[in-house]
Write a protein that binds this ligand. Structure first.
Ligand code: SAH
Length: 190
């Protein structure tokens, strides 16, 4: 496990490891290079299911290769479409849904997640969560588009009913250069 919580990526991973069990149904809403997708596939095992979304063909292909190389492709459904359409593909209720926003490292900076569609996808994701399910969202506030997106997400999460959801924001307040921020939303017992 992680000895130090010095970045939100480690915190998100630790939460995934803690909360996901074999047989769970989980969603990676932004597969990118497939690192989270592979971890999710390992955690849910053969009896579980991972849905992965990305709008870039290269992200889907790279992720698929990574899964095949590691022999973890069986339980993963990769979907080349925007996560705002998540409800058209994910039919089961999910134990955990993860969004790692921004642009693909090493890819085009023009293809970046956008506030408007992200918030729609988040609303749908909260509906899709099981009771006690977790939504993890990493935002990248170091660039303008990401800052705007983070503000919209913060605004949306600030007003959702606390009886229905527990919303936690992880933010390093002593680090330079606008480190990423992690939101963790848990669905309460209804
Ligand atoms: N910033 C992260 C990686 C983010 S990758 C890091 O540093 O690790 C974000 C991915 O989201 C990209 O691969 C991009 O293609 C994808 N993406 C952008 N808009 C999307 C959308 N509407 N639906 C699904 N995926 C999207």
């Amino acid at each position: 496990m992680y000895k130090y919580f010095n970045n939100v990526v480690s915190i998100a991973k630790a939460l995934m490891i803690k909360r996901i069990s074999k047989g769970n149904i989980v969603v990676d809403a932004t597969v990118g290079n497939g690192n989270d997708t592979l971890l999710l596939a390992q955690l849910v095992g053969e009896e579980g299911k991972v849905y992965g979304f990305d709008i870039q063909e290269s992200a889907i292909n790279n992720t698929n290769l990574k899964l095949i190389e590691n022999n973890f492709n069986e339980s993963v459904y990769l979907i080349k479409d925007s996560h705002e359409n998540i409800d058209q593909y994910v039919v089961d209720k999910a134990d955990l849904i993860v969004f790692n926003l921004g642009y693909l490292p090493g890819g085009s900076h023009d293809i970046v997640t956008k506030a408007e569609t992200t918030v729609i996808a988040l609303e749908k994701s909260l509906d899709l969560l099981k009771e006690n399910g977790l939504l993890l969202v990493t935002t990248y506030v170091g660039h303008n588009e990401g800052k705007t997106e983070d503000r919209q997400i913060n605004k949306y999460f600030s007003v959702i009913d606390q009886k229905k959801f527990n919303v936690l924001k992880f933010e390093f307040i002593n680090q330079i250069n606008y480190p990423p921020v992690l939101y963790c939303v848990e669905k309460n017992k209804l």
